[in-house]
Design a protein around this ligand. Structure first.
Ligand code: CMC
Length: 431
């Protein structure tokens, strides 16, 4: 076993070194506190490996993203969201038989129980769809007692059922929440449609007027979902893993992930990008003034730029950008003022020392909001779309934690910086 030494208070400690399958190195500090009294401090976990995982590999410096070893570029070009979902959850690409069985399970679990529909319909019309999604997802647990009573449904038919419910129902809940917000009639899943086409039907079909998705629109949605399917230890996935480490069931763990994703620094960024572009447009700016303000640290951040891990062009952004123009052309969108501003922002930022020196490049959200907007997804649904895409990753990470032999609850330490011990003062003696 490889080791390294660390000198602390004139004492030399030998610590094991772990090497990942892509050569990543980590110092195993699990016994550091017992041996030296020290813990490590890493605000925001930027330099902490919180787990060993087999799902996704990212090299942020080189702009590499792979799901279960397969490069994202190859999957985006040759696979589909559903096939990738299977890969992420089960670890291997499905055979024909496995793929058909998975699709059949997704179809079987697409409709919601009447009680869940009534629950969704009980929300105020102006509810944020992310509030609705996380609550409804948690509520699903009430309808599948056999999947929550034994919290570790990690193998066999129970896991397959839970995974299919998660992947399929997230789409139905999302579309129903949109229909409720518009006061419109709910559409029911059509078993003859593919995953993306079915989602668009659930969202946009009207009485006597079925929405038939253009192939380019379904393909753009498929790509969007595929590119979001997993992203290793991001905020929402780490949340899912944290909750799972307490032994919590799949629905409870995933609904916590939905809430984490809601934040504008995470999944809310795609919506924030569109808001930003609209503001810039309304101010009569072409993006130049906004960039100047973002650089002072006093103005708003340039949303859709920067990433904790990527210090290079986000590979998902590169893929989505390439397909972006194709999708826009097929939708007949030639000259969109927000798109023009986005292009200007990118051009200016990529040649500005502030952004270059901090390695701030466009991330996937810089383009994904524009694509969602082009295919008619309302803005307050953007983060919900991200959640639909991320579901396979959350399921896979839940499974990885839940199936760990001798499951260990996640419990970080802290460095207490509050007042030192002091004695209680009765209220009449306080000044
Ligand atoms: N615009 C302007 N300045 C920025 C930006 C930005 N978007 N992002 C980072 N900076 C600056 C920041 O002010 C700091 O400058 P200084 O060193 O002078 O203090 C430096 O760059 C490092 O920033 P940080 O906040 O320490 O970086 P981080 O790794 O903690 O944050 C981030 C990563 C994604 C939260 C951040 O870049 C950000 O807020 N970006 C905009 C929001 C966004 O697009 N989020 C989507 C992320 S991709 C989707 C996902 O995977 O969740």
């Amino acid at each position: 076993m490889a080791t390294t030494t660390l000198k602390l208070d004139n004492k030399e400690l030998t610590l094991p070194v772990i090497t990942g399958s892509e050569g990543e190195k980590a110092i195993d500090i699990r016994n550091l506190r017992q041996e030296s009294g020290y813990i490590t401090y890493d605000d925001g976990y930027g330099n902490t490996g919180a787990c060993l995982s087999n799902v996704t590999f990212i090299d942020g410096e080189a702009g590499i993203l792979r799901y279960r070893g397969y490069p994202i570029e190859q999957l985006a070009e040759q696979s589909s969201f559903i096939e990738v979902a299977y890969l992420i959850i089960y670890g291997e690409l499905p055979t024909n038989v496995q793929r058909s069985r998975f699709s059949a399970l997704l179809t079987e679990h697409a409709p919601l129980r009447e009680g869940v529909i009534r629950f969704i319909q009980g929300f105020p019309r102006d509810s944020h769809p992310m509030a609705l999604l996380s609550s409804s997802f948690n509520a699903l647990g009430a309808y599948y007692p056999h999947l929550v009573s034994n919290t570790l449904n990690i193998d066999g038919a129970h896991f397959d059922e839970g995974a299919a419910i998660a992947i399929s129902k997230v789409r139905t809940i999302a579309a129903h929440s949109y229909r409720v917000s518009r006061g419109g009639r709910l559409n029911y899943p059509n078993p003859d449609l593919g995953y993306c086409e079915n989602f668009l039907h659930l969202m946009f079909s009207e009485p006597y007027r079925d929405y038939v998705a253009k192939p380019e629109v379904a393909a753009a949605l498929n790509l969007f979902l595929l590119l979001h399917a997993d992203h290793e230890q991001n905020c929402s996935t780490s949340t899912v893993r944290m909750v799972a480490s307490a032994g919590a069931n799949l629905f409870a763990s995933v609904s916590s992930g939905v809430n984490a994703l809601w934040g504008p620094l995470h999944g809310g960024a795609n919506m924030a990008v569109i808001d930003m572009l609209k503001h810039i447009h309304a101010d009569g700016d072409d993006g130049t003034r906004f960039i100047q303000a973002a650089k002072t640290g006093k103005g708003d951040r340039l949303m859709g730029f920067g990433h904790r891990v990527y210090k290079h062009y986000d590979p998902r952004a590169a893929i989505i950008k390439k397909s972006f123009y194709k999708a826009l052309a097929s939708l007949g969108i030639k000259d969109d003022p927000l798109l023009n501003i986005a292009m200007k922002l990118e051009e200016v930022a990529l040649s500005d020392d502030y952004f270059v020196s901090r390695k701030l490049y466009p991330n996937v959200d810089f383009y994904s909001g524009l694509i969602m907007r082009a295919i008619g997804i309302p803005e307050n649904m953007f983060t919900v779309m991200f959640a639909i895409g991320r579901m396979p990753g959350w399921v896979a990470h839940w499974h990885e934690v839940a199936s760990t032999p001798k499951l260990k609850i996640h419990r970080p330490r802290q460095i207490y910086m509050g007042p030192a011990k002091r004695d209680f003062v009765p209220v009449n003696k306080r000044r």
